[in-house]
Design a protein around this ligand. Structure first.
Ligand SMILES: [Zn+2]
Length: 180
C-alpha cells in the first residue's frame, strides 16, 4: 500500500553528513507513524508521502529543516561545583537557559571540563549539520486505532508501554527525532 496519513512505515536508513561521513548506520530500521505526528523529520515525511514499499532515495536535509543552525550563545561556562560528580565529557543535563523558568528546558552536553569550570553546549549534537539520509521503504501497513490515538507506533521497534517506558520513550534514534 502507499504511504499516507495513518500508515506505519518501516524504513531502512543510513545517516551521514553532506561529506558522506557516517553518523548512524541504521542497524535498526526506523518505524514511524506517518501523517504529521512528529515521529520523524517533516522533510522525510514529505519525501515519502505517496510512495510504496521498495522506494529508495537519498535525501539531503539542511540544518534549518533538521536540528537548526549552531547557536554559539547556547554554549555556557558553568561553575563545576554546580554539577554532579563524577563528570565526563559527553554527559547530558536538562536545564533552563539562563535559569529562566518560563523557557522550555533544554538538553546541555558537557563538552569541556576544567578544574573548576565546565563548558555546557545547549545545541543539538546535529545542529548546523546538513544531514544526508539514504532511505529504503521496506514495509507500509495501516496503523491501528490505538496507534493513531497515541500518535506513535506499537510493537516491534515501536513504542513499548510498561516498566521500561521511561527509558524506551523515544528510543535511541536521537538523530531522527525533531527537537521542538
Ligand atoms: Zn502507545
Amino acid at each position: 500500500m502507499k504511504i499516507a496519513k495513518n500508515t506505519v512505515v518501516t524504513v531502512n536508513y543510513k545517516l551521514s553528513d553532506a561529506q558522506d561521513n557516517l553518523i548512524e548506520d541504521g542497524s535498526q530500521p526506523m518505524v514511524y507513524l506517518h501523517g504529521g505526528y512528529e515521529n520523524t523529520l517533516p522533510k522525510i515525511e514529505e519525501e515519502l508521502d505517496g510512495k510504496d514499499t521498495g522506494y529508495s532515495t537519498i535525501l539531503q536535509i539542511e540544518p534549518e529543516d533538521a536540528f537548526g543552525d549552531y547557536d554559539a550563545s547556547l554554549v555556557k561556562v558553568e561553575e563545576r561545583s554546580r554539577l554532579p560528580e563524577p563528570l565526563e565529557v559527553g554527559m547530558q543535563f536538562e536545564g533552563m537557559p539562563d535559569g529562566d523558568e518560563d523557557e522550555e528546558p533544554m538538553i546541555f552536553t558537557v563538552t569541556e571540563i576544567a578544574e573548576d569550570k565546565v563548558v555546557l553546549d545547549g545545541n543539538h549534537p546535529l545542529a548546523g549539520i546538513a544531514l544526508r539520509f539514504s532511505l529504503t521503504v521496506t514495509d507500509v501497513r495501516e496503523a491501528s486505532e490505538e496507534e493513531i490515538a497515541h500518535g506513535h507506533v506499537h510493537g516491534a521497534h515501536g513504542h513499548h508501554h510498561g516498566d521500561d517506558d521511561e527509558a524506551g520513550e523515544e528510543g535511541d534514534h536521537v538523530a531522527i527525532h525533531p527537537i521542538h
